[in-house]
Design a protein around this ligand. Sequence first.
Ligand code: AMP
Length: 423
Amino acid sequence: MYQRVKGTYDVTPTEGRAWRELENQLHQIMSRYHIDYVRTPIFEYKDVFHRQDEHSDMVTKETYNFKDRSDRELTLRPEGTAGVIRSIVENKLYVPGHTLKVYYLGANYRYERPQKGRYREFYQVGVEVIGDPTPIIDAEVITLAYELIKQLRIQGAVVKINHLGSSITRKQYQSALIHYLTPLKDQLSSESQARLSLNPLRILDSKSKTDQAILNDAPKLNAFLTDEDRHYMQSVLSILDQSNIPYEINDQLVRGLDYYSQVVFEIQSNLEGFGAQNALGGGGRYDHLVKELGGHDVSGIGFAFGMERLLIAQSLSHSEQHISHSLDAFIITLGKESTIHAYLLMDRMRRQGLNVSMDYQVKSMKSQLKQALDFRSKFAILLGSDEISNQEVTVKNLQTEQQITMKETELFTYLSSQLGVLS
Ligand code: AMP
């Protein structure tokens, strides 16, 4: 038997319903915030991700790189932002003085060690906002991320915020951290030792207890922030307070990618059973990425949520998930001779815009009714030989169990009025 690739998963029909529902909800929320949908290729030229200033593990160790048949060096996207910014620059979507807000949904690929909530192919929904330097945008984006969780009825989510300062502040802090940690290098976990030269800020969110003990006495990023940085952060927090968005300040929070600066945030789940991978999503400001990818010298802000983790959190929240009726009607035939007649009726109903299904193989009425209920159909349409000879149908409302017989020609008007009432 063939097997799926390690770190990937299949979406079965039942899971497919939850995925579709999630995607529909996400599109609705984005419309409410007036954000436009974009889609970029799953692979890009390698340089889009492997930039000079990007030393994150994700880019250096986890990307799927390959050459195509013409020897082009390509990379499967490990995250959404770089490709979206490349597309904004290439298509000249950003007009100076105007704010551009876009969102995307799509697959990403990272060669990580698979575990619950961590896959090698996974989906993200993300937002990018380009060209607005005001703290209101930071607050709006964090509010959107929080609202998204609320709308999806996910419980136990906590917003954590930190301020990394400008890239100059970060560089100064980075030097101080390296200066402090270098003499203690031998005591650090092997992962942190490797990060010391390449990506020292990531040591701050090490899960190792020894590393954390060493970090207790390390210089604090906070002390390096300029008055301007502090003022900016205060403005963001004050707007969040006025919008009643709960958050925690966490000065250990650094995001995985190197391009972040200024305000960064993460939404974590404290639901029991979530496992070690408890970050639902996160994001922050990036000051230089647009320019690095050949665009204007303009700052951006964005976030991404892992969609598998949103689904896990939804199921753990026990919020009874609103899965809409998938069928308006299921046609039940009573006898082989009525099958084609029923098929043609179904075909007309579908062309009139109703969601209808039936089973062409002769089954008992009981088993067809069971199918109608399993498919959560709102109505069953019964077609027996009497109905056919009188050009009638019997319509059974599967919620109230009431049934009435009517002329076939009246069916569409009847169902439309009933469905209007039900939906
Ligand atoms: P990042 O792009 O690393 O900031 O991740 C943003 C979000 O994407 C995380 O909070 C996770 O919810 C999700 N995510 C990141 N990596 C994976 C992965 N390998 N598998 C599943 N979800 C992931």
